[in-house]
Design a protein around this ligand. Structure first.
Ligand SMILES: C[S@@+](CC[C@H](N)C(=O)[O-])C[C@H]1O[C@@H](n2cnc3c(N)ncnc32)[C@H](O)[C@@H]1O
Length: 286
């Protein structure tokens, strides 16, 4: 991870943005140069400058220099599987209340984008134990995590395999799933979660959402599941022309969360009656 200092140091990643908004990322090394189609930038000239400085190549090309934010890093890093987008990662941390010192079980790791957010949220006192089914994705994720933190974090364990098929010998405070079939992991999550622990799954489709919700309910191990999604609309401001941007990402995924009940507890029955047709496709089934 780049240093927390407002000044650039050797080893920091620097995001350089040109006049057209095109971004390049370099890692500062003493006595190194970064070459462009119009001259080069001497790393030593950047080291020691405050973030937000304008730096110039020998050919006069100007760039605004900052250390990348986490969102910049994950959007630019190599991918195996689709990543959790920064807006959803932020929501996941908030909804699942991932806080310093907690022990998190995560699957699947994919490219490691959500893993980095989880690691930052639990801090040095917490732990993240991650499972990824596919070895080639685990390799990509490991590289992305190591590249971000500058080392393999000692409080992160990455294992290859399907999370629900493992023998889990310990308990967790959070189970966070981003995978095709999280309903297959509900029973396992019930076994490994501490009372009050949070189960959260991130899914792309309503069918996955429904299957996960119904499995949580029929397990009787959790509170009533709650679901949500987030749509973020950027705004354009040019003088008085202040309006929503024409383009936005219409859909990424749904979050579904529930809390582990104390062992042996049966939650009070729901008073709500399901609406007609909720549990079948025909009148008779309903
Ligand atoms: C959408 S990707 C996860 C992306 C990741 N959260 C990120 O932000 O980069 C889903 C991953 O889950 C893995 N997967 C699916 N089922 C799994 C299981 N039961 N246990 C572990 N990994 C699983 C897949 O191989 C895939 O890499």
């Amino acid at each position: 991870m780049s240093s927390q200092s407002p000044f650039f140091q050797a080893g920091d990643r620097v995001q350089l943005t040109d006049a057209k908004g095109k971004m390049h990322t370099i890692t500062l090394q003493i006595n190194n140069e970064w070459h462009t189609h119009n001259g080069w930038l001497v790393h030593n000239d950047v080291i020691g400058l405050p973030q937000g400085s304008v730096v110039e190549t020998t050919g006069g090309l100007k760039f605004l220099a900052f250390k990348p934010l986490l969102a910049d890093y994950v959007l630019a890093m190599p991918r195996g599987a689709t990543i959790v987008y920064p807006k959803d990662a932020a929501l996941i941390l908030g909804v699942a209340d991932v806080a310093p010192g907690l022990r998190v079980l995560e699957a699947g790791v994919g490219s490691g984008a959500l893993t980095i957010s989880l690691m930052r949220a639990v801090g040095k006192e917490g732990e993240v134990h991650s499972y990824e089914k596919r070895e080639e994705f685990a390799d990509i994720a490991r590289k992305n995590v190591v590249n971000y933190f500058g080392e393999l974090p000692s409080n992160w364990k990455l294992e290859v395999g399907a999370v629900q098929e493992q023998v889990h010998e310990r308990k967790y405070d959070r189970v966070i799933l981003d995978m095709l079939a999280p309903w297959e992991c509900v029973e396992m999550a019930g076994e490994v979660l501490e009372p009050g622990g949070v189960f959260l799954a991130y899914v792309a489709t309503t069918t996955q959402l429904s299957l996960t919700a119904e499995t949580i309910k029929s397990s009787a191990l959790f509170t009533e599941p709650e679901s949500s999604e987030s749509l973020i609309r950027g705004w354009h401001h040019e003088g008085l022309a202040v309006r929503p941007q024409h383009r936005m990402i219409g859909h990424t995924g749904f979050l579904i969360m529930a809390r582990r009940l104390a062992p042996g507890v049966i939650a009070p029955a729901r008073r709500r009656r399901p609406s007609k047709g909720s549990y079948g496709t025909s009148e008779a089934e309903a």
